[in-house]
Design a protein around this ligand. Structure first.
Ligand SMILES: O=c1ccn([C@H]2C[C@H](O)[C@@H](CO)O2)c(=O)[nH]1
Ligand SMILES: [Zn+2]
Length: 132
């Protein structure tokens, strides 16, 4: 499944809309429903409105009812495994738990595997709002 997910991320990357950075990123997640959802980064002439690949994949899945990510792979043409931004790490946390596997990869085939608390120590979740 890990290899299949990484392959899906590589394929999703081909649809990156990156006229400004020319930096293509792809992501693919395995959801609780057993389906794979892919996503690519989508940039905007108003740069700050750019949506990262992993958030695209997560929002596609969430908008179809997914509430838990089993595993997610992210890929870019980087020297080492691609490193997701802080905003994306928090968005991954919204739909993840400590059993979620996070695969950071590149086109050379380097893969590093992370848990949620490894990738974002102290991440905030809705359950943290429960006071009793
Ligand atoms: O993990 C990452 C890192 C960067 N980007 C995108 C945002 C922007 O389009 C481009 C350069 O930052 O790469 C992602 O999609 N995911
Ligand atoms: Zn991001």
């Amino acid at each position: 499944m890990k290899e299949q997910l990484i392959q899906a991320a590589i394929e999703a990357r081909n649809y990156a809309y990156v006229p400004y950075s020319h930096f293509q990123v792809g992501a693919a997640l395995l959801a609780d429903d057993g389906k794979i959802y892919g996503g690519a980064n989508i940039e905007n002439a108003s740069y700050g409105l750019t949506n990262c690949a992993e958030r695209t994949a997560i929002f596609k899945a969430a908008s179809e009812g997914v509430r838990r990510i089993d595993a997610i792979a992210i890929v870019a043409d980087t020297d080492g495994p691609v490193s997701p931004c802080g905003a994306c790490r928090q968005v991954i946390a919204e739909f993840s738990d400590e059993n979620t596997r996070i695969y950071l990869t590149n086109l050379k085939g380097d893969v590093s595997e992370w848990s949620m608390s490894e990738i974002l120590p102290g991440y905030f979740q809705a359950k943290d709002m429960d006071k009793d």
